[in-house]
Write a protein that binds this ligand. Sequence first.
Ligand SMILES: C[S@@+](CC[C@H](N)C(=O)[O-])C[C@H]1O[C@@H](n2cnc3c(N)ncnc32)[C@H](O)[C@@H]1O
Length: 273
Amino acid sequence: MSVTLPPLREVIARHGLNASKALGQNFLFDAQLLDRIAAIPGDLQGKAVLEIGPGPGGLTRALLKAGARVTAIEMDRRCLPALAELDLAYPGQLRVIEGDAMRIDHDAEMGEPYAVVANLPYNVGTALLVRWLGGATWPPRWTSLTLMFQQEVAQRIVAGPGTGAYGRLAVLAQWRSAARLAMKVHRSAFTPPPKVMSAIVHIEPGTMPDGVAPRTLERVTEAAFGQRRKMLRQSLKGLPGALDALAATGIDSQRRAETLDVADFVAVARALG
Ligand SMILES: C[S@@+](CC[C@H](N)C(=O)[O-])C[C@H]1O[C@@H](n2cnc3c(N)ncnc32)[C@H](O)[C@@H]1O
């Protein structure tokens, strides 16, 4: 469907949407860039998409144009009239929920499998990521996560062993999911530009390894990376049974956390029970 919409800058001026620092608002206006972001999850024609933080609706436009059925959660009520205009342009494709995405049950709101797409403030994005990845039931209802982060955080999500960026977030994102860096986004693409570069991470759920409780794995990585410079025999000392579990998996206790790959952590958590 070809729809002509006013330029985003005009929409922002008309609705007085000066960017709020408190809400972490850095808007994207470049339609081509937004189309490329909306293409990361694959063909969205007729698919359910949960967008968090649509703001004035730049990314929302691209998602609607790609044929997605979008549910958008936005806590800044100033943005609602601008989003209502998109609802008129794409009838029946957009549902807007005013509220804090941290306090909303996404699965219940969506009621069907859905792809998540979001350009969020850094702290909210990380908190939601941990929630999406840490769910007790697996596979999750979301089919993919396409999320903008500060580049440094994106690198921590996709990092491999032996790098400074590798840590708890990498293990969480990779032990039962596949995470990749999908696109780097220059700070100048945002209005106002943030201080640092950004990058988009794309995550798809994988198979959950047998016999591993998410909470146990979390406790192991928390202890191991809590003292990442120390040998495991020191950093895991405080976690009951962890040193025995390490011995049972045949991992040398003189190694440091960042030398273990994700499968090693999974093996230790499994042995810990
Ligand atoms: C970085 S801006 C991105 C706006 C737009 N998606 C874009 O790409 O131009 C982040 C948006 O998330 C919204 N936001 C911040 N915290 C939120 C939360 N907890 N729940 C829902 N929306 C939130 C802000 O109001 C803002 O509109």
